[in-house]
Structures are given as C-alpha cells and as structure tokens.
Design a protein around this ligand. Structure first.
Ligand SMILES: Cc1cc2nc3c(=O)[nH]c(=O)nc-3n(C[C@H](O)[C@H](O)[C@H](O)COP(=O)(O)OP(=O)(O)OC[C@H]3O[C@@H](n4cnc5c(N)ncnc54)[C@H](O)[C@@H]3O)c2cc1C
Ligand code: SF4
Ligand code: SF4
Ligand code: SF4
Length: 502
C-alpha cells in the first residue's frame, strides 16, 4: 500500500519550523488561506482543528504564505521593485514625506500624526475601498488588539493608536472576504503582516484579489502578551484591567488611572516575540504606503510612498485637505533616526539569524546568498554609475545634512586629488557627539578603506568581497587606473538582480 508523504502537507512543515519553533507571530494568514479550515489562530495560540491530510495528499499553502517561511520571499519584492529609489536602509520607494492629519483632535487621539486613521476614513468615505482591517483595543483589556473589519468611519476611529501586542489582522482579512463579502479592502499591519498579504498575492490566492491597498507600519517588535502583562503585575503591581494606554517612545510607557510608568526597553526586551529578533524589516518595505513616527517631531508621521497605487491614493487625500505634508529633507534628524533604526534592526537580525542557522537549518531572512544566479551577471551591468562622493574635509554636520537631502546612508570619501581614501556611513557619523559634529572632518573618523571590484567581475565576486570585508557596498574601479571610480554596487543592487531573475 502506498503511504502518504507527510512533507507534502504544508501544515506539518509549518508546525515543525514555525509554530513549535516559537516563530509564529499570530498574524492568522495560515488560517485565512487554508482551504479546509484546519487552522485556528485565537487567544495567542495557533491550533490545528483537524488533520487535513485525511482529505488531501498535497497542499503547500499555509507554509508558503507564512511570513516567517523562506517561500516566495523574492517574488514578493516585485510588488514594489518598480519604484525609482532603491535605498539600502528603507527599501524601494517613490517619495518620503512628513505628514499629519489636518484634524488636530485625531492627532491627539493617535499620539502621532493620525495619518493612518485619516487615510482609512477618507478612503472609506470616498469609496476607494469598502472596508479596512484595523486593530481596535479590547474594551476589558485596552492593551490587547482586536483585529476587526471596519466598514464605517467610527469603526476606524475606534482603532486609533498603536497596540504593542500581536494582532491577527490577516485572519480578519480572511473574515472580510468570506464573512463580509468585501471586495476592496484596505489592510493595515506591521511588516510581517504586510509580508503575509504580499505572499498571498504572490501565491495568487483568490482572497488576495480583494485587496485594495496595504498600509504598513514601522515596527521594532511586538511583545508576547501574557508574559508582559505578568511582568507588569509582578514588578509594577499593575493589573491588565487598570491599563488605560500603552505608548512607546524611548521608553515603554504604561498609563493607568492613577499613574504613568516608564519602563526602559532594555528591561523588557526579553519579552519581545522570538521572530522579531530575526526580522530585518523596520519600515514595512512591501507596503503601498509605510507609516511610522517622526521623532523628535510631535504630531507628525514619517510616510514612505512606495507604489503607484499608494502615491495616487495618498496625494488624492492630500489634495482634498485631510492630510498636511512637510518636506523631510528640512528635518535631517527624522531621516537619520528612521534610516539608522532600519540599519540597526537589519544588522542585528542578520547576526541573530546567522547564529540560528545551524539550529534551524534554514534562514528565511538571508535571501542574499552565494548563488549561481549572481555568477551570470557582470558588475558593469548592475553598477550605479553616477556615484556621489564626499571630500574628506566636509564636517560630520555637513555630511549628515547631505545624507538627509540625498537619502543616502553611505559615501565613498575622496582626497583633494579625487583618490578614494575610505567609506563613511550614517552609523559611523552618528557616533560623533552632537557637540563635535561641526568641527570634526570626515577624514578624522574614517575607518574603512574602500573595497573595490572591476567592471568585468561577476556579481558573485562583488558579493564575496562584501562578505569577506563585512561591508554592504563595493566600489567599481578601472583596472588600469585603480584610483578612478567607475561605479558602485550595494547589497540592494545584488538583491535587485536576484529579484529580476526570479
Ligand atoms: C507593534 C508596533 C510597533 C511599532 N514600532 C514602531 C517603532 O519602533 N518606530 C516607529 O516609528 N513606529 C512604530 N510603530 C508605528 C507607530 O506606532 C504608528 O503606528 C505609526 O506611526 C502610525 O501612526 P498614526 O498616528 O498615523 O496611526 P493611527 O492613526 O493612530 O493608526 C494606527 C493604526 O495602527 C493599527 N494598529 C495598532 N496596533 C496594531 C497592531 N498591533 N498590529 C497591526 N496594526 C495595528 C490600527 O489598526 C490603526 O489603524 C509601531 C506600531 C506597532 C503596531
Ligand atoms: S489544508 Fe490547510 S492546514 Fe492543511 S496543509 Fe493546506 S493550508 Fe495547511
Ligand atoms: S501564517 Fe501567521 S499565524 Fe500562521 S504560523 Fe505563520 S506567523 Fe503564525
Ligand atoms: S519585528 Fe518583525 S516579526 Fe516582529 S512584529 Fe514587527 S514585523 Fe513582525
């Protein structure tokens, strides 16, 4: 008698690699996409309701749509990769602006720019979409998000503000399609939620046809609900029902009826969900529009417009007076903070993932690897030729301003003769104290010599040099004149090459 191959039933792999490995962030995409209703994501648990292998011999769906599996990762990049800017820290985009809801009450309620709520309300009122997937606060436990299908502005308003616990928004998306029969849905979520929806689109799952727009939030991580609430009760004597509001700035701020408690993030970082430690995406790089705070500005948000659909909708809302915008280039500190947070998150995640590779035997986030695909491409075909350089004599302050204006995170540094003498990054520049930035020239803190390849080398050679020298970019120089810069290649260029070939 022929026996069934367990590996062909995706749930077995999902359970082994994601759920039992502690990597599930409870988005509910597996439940929404499952054709047999075999999965339930409820109360912070991912359960199997029945054994689908009794009815099926093969089904790849739940594992492939899970944001923490390696499947479809490259393909999802295609939803944004036609954008003109390819930034190592922030991904593909068309434009970055500062924005706020024109309604001051909304800004107060959101404790940020109120941009997400404002856009969703406008979109539903003007029938850009027929519903929005939002995360309201549970009435009996205001810290706990309740993923909901909002169909009218009041529903959207009741979800204003961030909740720092997992919200099964992809499951709610499934409910909007199957339960409510919605066909033009706006989806809001953190980067892993956004990836789950993009995977459904890449998979060509039929529920993805009903997606109108994806608004992604910036995200450093979410906390496991029960352990965090227990920590608050044990250490600060705060019961879940006493929490009025949780907010995040440089500290984790818990507001109760009587008190405001400010907890250093380092004190509770062990309670961040395990997947967040290997998550490389800070700014929801696959969303149509990404939105996060604009610290140190209050009542403003940072908005990254990535796709044409995102741009059309956002500027329609601006033209109709529901959103104010401001140029980010005038606020260099905002750009620096967002770009730095993105780089730091990615660097820490890659380090952690490399440590885990042996244990788990696969690494979804390390999409860029040594591969034959890179050996078939020449450096000269993918390099950026218009390389912006800075002179070693510019000050750190001037450099940081330039980075914010040009949206770069690193430059080759040249001496007076135009010879490359090093490479300077945003991260290194920000390590110079504020008070010394006006008087410190870039040449004084240069640590790295530029790493170079030749135009005729393959992209694989460039990748190997980046790995060997632990850098994200290499210069392309003329083999006959090694001081002559012809171009530059970054890890983003290599990723773009893989995306194009997929
Ligand atoms: C878990 C989490 C971590 C974040 N970390 C950062 C960070 O480190 N840096 C940063 O700049 N920004 C971060 N943000 C984003 C930031 O808090 C704001 O959500 C964002 O700036 C949008 O602000 P707004 O005023 O436009 O949103 P609002 O108009 O207040 O709307 C907020 C929207 O977020 C949705 N939402 C709330 N909680 C969740 C949740 N848990 N899951 C999915 N959707 C949710 C709601 O449905 C609502 O529609 C985080 C958000 C979350 C949810
Ligand atoms: S039927 Fe559902 S649970 Fe089973 S493998 Fe397919 S998607 Fe997963
Ligand atoms: S799809 Fe979402 S809910 Fe399902 S296992 Fe993956 S992270 Fe968890
Ligand atoms: S850090 Fe990444 S994995 Fe964690 S909640 Fe945010 S987007 Fe999801």
């Amino acid at each position: 008698m022929q026996t069934k191959n367990d590996a062909l039933i995706a749930y077995n792999v999902l359970y082994k690699k994601i759920v039992s490995g502690g990597f599930c962030t409870l988005c509910g995409a597996c439940e929404a996409a499952c054709p047999t209703g075999a999965i339930s994501v409820e109360d912070e648990k991912n359960r199997r309701l029945h054994d689908c292998s009794e009815d099926l011999d093969l089904c790849p769906i739940c594992y492939e749509v899970c944001p923490h599996s390696e499947a479809l990762q490259l393909r999802t990049q295609k939803f944004v990769s036609d954008a003109p800017v390819k930034n190592e820290a922030l991904g593909y985009y068309r434009k970055i602006v500062l924005a706020q809801a024109t309604d001051p009450e909304l800004r107060k309620l959101s404790r940020g720019g109120g941009v997400v709520t404002s856009l969703l309300t406008y979109g539903v009122e003007k029938k850009f979409f027929d519903s929005a997937i939002v995360s309201k606060a549970e009435p009996e436990n205001p810290a706990k998000p309740k993923a909901s299908v909002a169909t009218v502005p009041d529903d959207i308003l009741s979800a204003v503000g961030s909740k720092f616990f997992p919200s099964p928004v992809a499951k709610a998306y499934g409910r909007a399609v199957y339960g409510y029969g919605k066909t033009k849905i706006a989806f809001v979520g953190v980067p892993c939620h956004v990836l789950a929806l993009r995977k459904m689109e890449a998979w060509r799952h039929k529920i993805a046809d009903n997606l109108a727009i994806i608004i992604g939030l910036f995200c450093f991580g979410t906390f496991s609900m029960e352990p965090l609430l227990k920590y608050l009760e044990d250490n600060y004597h705060v019961k879940p029902s006493e929490i009025k509001h949780i907010r995040l700035s440089s500290k984790f701020i818990v507001q109760t009826e009587k008190d405001v408690i400010r907890i250093p993030i380092s004190e509770i970082e062990d309670i961040i969900m395990p997947s967040c430690r290997t998550c490389t995406d800070f700014t929801s790089e696959l969303a149509d529009i990404s939105i996060g705070s604009a610290y140190p500005l209050e009542e403003w948000s940072t908005v990254i417009i990535r796709t044409k659909a995102g741009a059309d909708f956002f500027y329609n809302a601006v033209e109709n007076g529901v959103i104010n915008t401001w140029v980010i280039e005038q606020e260099p500190e905002v750009y620096q903070r967002v770009a730095r947070a993105s780089i730091q998150k990615r660097t820490a995640a890659i380090k952690e993932a490399k440590k885990m590779e042996e244990k788990f035997g696969y690494l979804p986030i390390l999409m860029l690897r040594e591969t034959d695909a890179l050996d078939h491409v020449k450096v000269e075909d993918i390099m950026t030729t218009n390389v912006k350089t800075v002179s070693g004599s510019v000050t750190i302050s001037q450099l940081l301003d330039l980075m914010a204006k040009q949206h770069h995170i690193g430059y080759p540094v040249i001496n007076d003769n135009g010879t490359p003498i090093g490479f300077i990054t945003l991260e290194e520049a920000c390590q110079v104290g504020q008070e010394k930035r006006d008087s410190t020239p870039v040449s004084q803190i240069l640590r790295r010599k530029p790493v170079a390849v030749h135009p005729g080398d393959t992209a694989l050679v460039a990748f190997r040099k980046m790995s060997a020298f632990e850098t994200g970019r290499v210069l392309v120089v003329d083999p006959a004149e090694p001081d002559k810069i012809l171009g530059m290649i970054t890890k983003s260029d290599l990723m773009h090459t893989l995306i194009e070939q997929d």
